[in-house]
Design a protein around this ligand. Structure first.
Ligand SMILES: Cc1cc2nc3c(=O)[nH]c(=O)nc-3n(C[C@H](O)[C@H](O)[C@H](O)COP(=O)(O)O)c2cc1C
Ligand code: SF4
Length: 520
């Protein structure tokens, strides 16, 4: 199949300072949870995206100094020569497929608790970032930065940029978003300084400008310098000379970076769950940026539809289509559009299991893409799967998410597969869940797999086929997979944590009870 001509625009190369992205598909910085402890896992995870056609593939936030230590969360870092070698595995892997590699240099300021390095956190005015937020609660009060600290920060950024250059990165970031140190300078409630770094918006932007300047000086003409900035809070604030402080900040900094990467301020709006945030939900905050700067602009918004992507470019909102979650759910999204197979895109459902696995301290996993994070460890690939190992016939009982995934994986391997479900439609638990308010996007789990199954002549599937054990045996298949789902736990526990009873009192329901029609 060939690409539809109307999508040609998405495949134009875009110049970013001294480097050129081969197309407009841009995997923005997103953490992998893999850290420098799993460098090959991380490199293979990023390589798969480059292979799948993303023109730029970035790291997640990458600490520039032990005073930005996010432990026990699984953060990346660029502190020493070992870290350079670890990241070089990723840049080499990304370059093998003609993509550019970007690195997001990061200092967390008052948001990091430095639990391992035990260094006092730094901030513009000694105010911790969300110190009373349960998820981030720490025990250290941050220290207000003096002029020496500011000089140190600029030096760490420059050293980080030089290390990034040695590791082979093409795009080096200054990160002024989401509560981290440069962002804390932008917001007056965090920045109560009375020197040239506080007060007016020009002063509050000063540290960001200086960070961009030292980064440029460090990398010279070999790498582009990108600025990732959160604009949501600034956009809420009326400006003195323009519509909002966001307009003023972008105007003040307009020409300094080679690329503007614009986003929201905190996870609930930045990576909003599909239940609350539709595709393209960032637009009302970032729509003005291209009018204020001539530099290319990348932005995000859980983009999975090529038509929405085209519209963003045509309407002058973005130059590059940024993605974190859509690139995890389908590393081959660009390639599928390039090959006219957009109906095969495994669309992100916006469930945010990926980001919550990061908060659990482990490598990201994905509801839609089981290969995510297993590319190196188990050699799994989102598009290729090894052929069958025998002529065994397989019966799969249960057509929920697991049964459907199993059927399409074994079908692609070449097995002769029969899939049976007792219900009148496919999806198992999703039949109930996708009818709850705001959860219709989760239906994509079923739609993608059914779409794949319809292409496989060796898979037969039957609804309204409740099977007994005898029925199963009668089928005579050598292999049987039971995928009839799980139920919510109903055990109660004693103070010694020993199961001590059942949750079976009148008026007490589990989600499984409600899904099956119980009425509270
Ligand atoms: C698992 C995960 C990790 C993320 N880590 C980072 C990060 O390290 N740095 C950053 O700037 N943004 C990070 N983000 C935010 C994304 O870059 C992006 O702004 C957000 O997910 C919205 O884009 P999307 O709708 O394409 O996912 C992360 C997002 C996810 C899902
Ligand atoms: S885990 Fe959910 S939100 Fe994250 S990439 Fe996968 S489908 Fe999207």
């Amino acid at each position: 199949m060939t690409r539809k001509p109307r999508y040609d625009l998405l495949f134009e190369p875009i110049r970013i300072g001294p480097v050129t992205a081969p197309n407009r598909f841009y995997q923005v910085p997103h953490a992998s949870g893999m850290t420098n402890a799993l460098p090959r896992v991380r490199a293979a995870f990023r390589e798969t995206k480059a292979e799948g056609g993303w023109g730029v593939v970035c790291t997640g936030a990458c600490s520039i100094h032990p005073s930005s230590d996010d432990s026990p969360l699984p953060f990346a870092r660029l502190w020493d020569n070992d870290d350079i070698r670890s990241h070089a595995l990723m840049t080499e892997a990304v370059h093998r497929h003609g993509a550019l590699a970007g690195v997001e240099l990061w200092h967390g300021g008052g948001s990091t608790m430095n639990r391992t390095s035990r260094i006092a956190p730094l901030s513009p005015s000694g105010i911790g970032w969300m110190p009373t937020h349960v998820g981030f609660m720490g025990n250290l009060r941050s220290r207000a930065m003096d002029k020496d600290d500011i000089r140190d920060l600029l030096r760490w950024q420059a050293e980080g940029a030089r290390k990034a250059q040695s590791a082979g990165f093409d795009i080096v970031y200054v990160y002024a978003g989401m509560g981290y140190l440069p962002y804390e300078f932008l917001i007056p409630e965090y920045n109560r300084r009375e020197d040239e770094y506080g007060g007016s918006i020009e002063n509050r932007c000063r540290i960001v400008r200086e960070l961009v300047e030292v980064t440029k000086e460090a990398v010279g003409n070999s790498c582009a310098v990108a600025l990732r900035i959160s604009l949501e809070e600034l956009r809420r604030r009326p400006g003195r000379h323009a519509e909002s402080e966001a307009h003023e900040a972008v105007t003040v900094l307009s020409d300094y970076p080679d690329l503007w990467d614009v986003k929201m301020d905190s996870s609930p709006t930045d990576c909003g769950a599909s239940r609350f945030s539709p595709e393209g939900s960032h637009e009302p905050v970032i729509d003005f940026v291209k009018r204020v700067t001539d530099k290319p602009v990348v932005g995000v918004g859980r983009f999975t539809s090529p038509d929405t992507m085209l519209a963003q470019i045509r309407r002058g909102v973005l130059d590059l289509i940024g993605a974190a979650r859509p690139s995890i759910a389908d590393p081959f999204l660009p390639r599928k559009i390039a090959e006219g197979r957009e109906d095969e895109i495994r669309e992100c459902i916006g469930c945010n299991i990926c980001i919550s696995s990061w908060h659990d301290g482990v490598p990201v996993r994905c509801t839609q893409n089981p290969a995510a994070g297993e590319e190196w460890r188990r050699g799994w690939h989102p598009e290729r799967i090894e052929g069958k190992g025998s002529d065994d016939r397989v019966l799969i009982v249960g057509g929920g998410p697991a049964g459907l995934e199993c059927a399409q994986a074994l079908g692609k391997r070449g097995y002769s597969v029969t899939l049976a479900d007792a219900g009148t439609e496919w999806g198992g638990r999703l039949r109930f869940e996708t009818r709850l308010p705001g959860l219709s996007a989760w239906r994509r789990v079923v739609d993608y797999r059914l779409g794949q199954l319809h292409r496989l002549p060796n898979v037969e599937f039957f609804l309204e086929s409740r099977l007994t054990a005898e029925d199963v045996l009668e089928q005579g298949c050598e292999r049987v997979v039971i995928a009839t789902g799980s139920r919510w736990e109903t055990d109660l526990y004693s103070p010694m944590e020993v199961p001590s009873g059942r949750l079976d009192r009148q008026g007490v329901f589990t989600p499984s009870d409600l899904a099956e029609g119980a009425s509270p």
